[in-house]
Design a protein around this ligand. Structure first.
Ligand code: GN1
Ligand code: MG
Length: 356
């Protein structure tokens, strides 16, 4: 945690100190630390200050370059199409006194972006907002389909399930904190392995040259979108993971949070079901947004994507649990195991929905 004085002095590298009345925590991301900068006499935050987790995003220069390419590309397209209210539809990063969109203070990296006025985040969607979300993520991929500058793979193999399974194997072999002796842990290992081959389908098709990679968002949780007060999607946020991936990333990861009737870390597995009405609405919006480029194979495999993401997230939370919680922020010692159970339940529920 950072004290207020240091937050003030870091924020002052980006914005006029006279505009900073207070700085408070914002949101519940599992990777970066996020704060809102309040200006004097204003109820809404003016800026967002973020401490970049450089253990996860090791190349901050590439990270910010990717984000700048993506946001300016989208902004140009919106300008060309006469889109109204552009500043509320695409993020804008503030330049620091260094002329860059980030600063290094001691060993830490920080950045600031404008707060999008009159916006809120949500943890859940309705069938109507799921349609909008599908349309928005489809449009997002569509807008980025002709980016000329190379977008770096900021976290190599980020959504490569073969790689994630290999990391799990490494965690099991190391058993760094002795969690492998728990019979429940052994049981999840067996369950995960039983589906491994089937779940690696995407990577096999990629090697066979049948499946393309496109520029995707790669973290399409519901809480990575901003909505206006009427529940319309305003803007897609959390652009750190934008990189080349299968479209399954955006489709499957959104449903992982949106179609889950429970929470990502719900301790009560009875709350967790896969909501097919959300799936159908999101699918409709997504197909509309991606109709210019989606191939028949990509389309056919969208139900696989809806299963792949709870599976992959279970593998990732589980590996982190076995490693002793080194990646995701945890609120209590069993948190990553609770998350694993919840994602596994969601995987089973989705599997039940899609098996004929
Ligand atoms: C992380 O940063 P945040 O909380 O939006 C993670 C995602 C996971 C998600 C699980 C860089 O996203 O991949 O799906 O937690 N981001 C990274 O909630 O690993
Ligand atoms: Mg986030």
């Amino acid at each position: 945690m950072h004290d207020k004085n240091s937050l003030f002095s870091i924020a002052s590298r980006f914005v006029d100190p006279a505009l900073i009345a207070d700085i408070k925590p914002l949101g519940n991301g599992l990777i970066n630390d996020t704060y809102k900068i309040m200006a004097p006499g204003q109820e809404q935050p003016r800026y967002v200050l973020q401490h970049i987790n450089d253990k996860v995003f090791t190349d901050v220069e590439m990270l910010q370059r990717n984000i700048e390419i993506v946001t300016s590309h989208i902004r140009c397209k919106y300008e060309a199409s006469g889109m109204p209210d552009i500043d509320r539809r695409v993020l804008h990063f503030v330049k620091a006194d260094t002329g860059k969109t980030y600063v290094k203070v001691g060993e830490e990296y920080w950045r600031v972006m404008d707060f999008i006025a009159d916006s809120v985040t949500q943890e859940a969607v309705t069938p109507q907002s799921a349609y909008d979300a599908g349309r928005s993520f489809g449009d997002f991929e569509s807008l980025l389909a002709d980016v000329k500058e190379p977008i770096g793979e900021i976290i190599p193999n980020f959504h490569n399930i073969e790689f994630r399974l290999q990391q799990l194997d490494e965690a099991i072999a190391a058993d760094a904190v002795g969690r492998m002796k728990d019979p429940e842990v052994q049981d999840y290992v067996a369950r995960i392995k039983a589906h491994a081959e089937e779940m690696c389908l995407g990577e096999r098709l990629y090697r066979e040259g049948k499946l393309p990679k496109r520029i995707c968002h790669c973290d399409t949780k519901v809480n990575n979108m901003l909505f206006d007060k009427y529940g319309n999607v305003l803007c897609i946020i959390d652009l750190d993971t934008v990189m080349p991936s299968f479209v399954f990333s955006d489709f499957g990861d959104f449903l992982r949070s949106a179609a889950n009737t429970g929470a990502e870390d719900d301790p009560d597995l009875g709350n967790i079901h896969f909501d097919m009405t959300v799936y159908e609405s999101f699918l409709e919006g997504y197909l509309e947004g991606t109709k210019a480029f989606l191939t028949p194979l990509e389309r056919e495999l969208l139900p696989y994507a809806a299963r792949l993401f709870p599976y992959m997230q279970a593998v990732r939370f589980f590996a982190d649990y076995i490693n002793g919680d080194t990646y995701y922020k945890v609120k209590y010692p069993e948190h990553n195991l609770v998350r694993t159970r919840a994602q596994w339940k969601l995987f089973e529920e989705a599997t039940r929905e899609f098996s004929v």
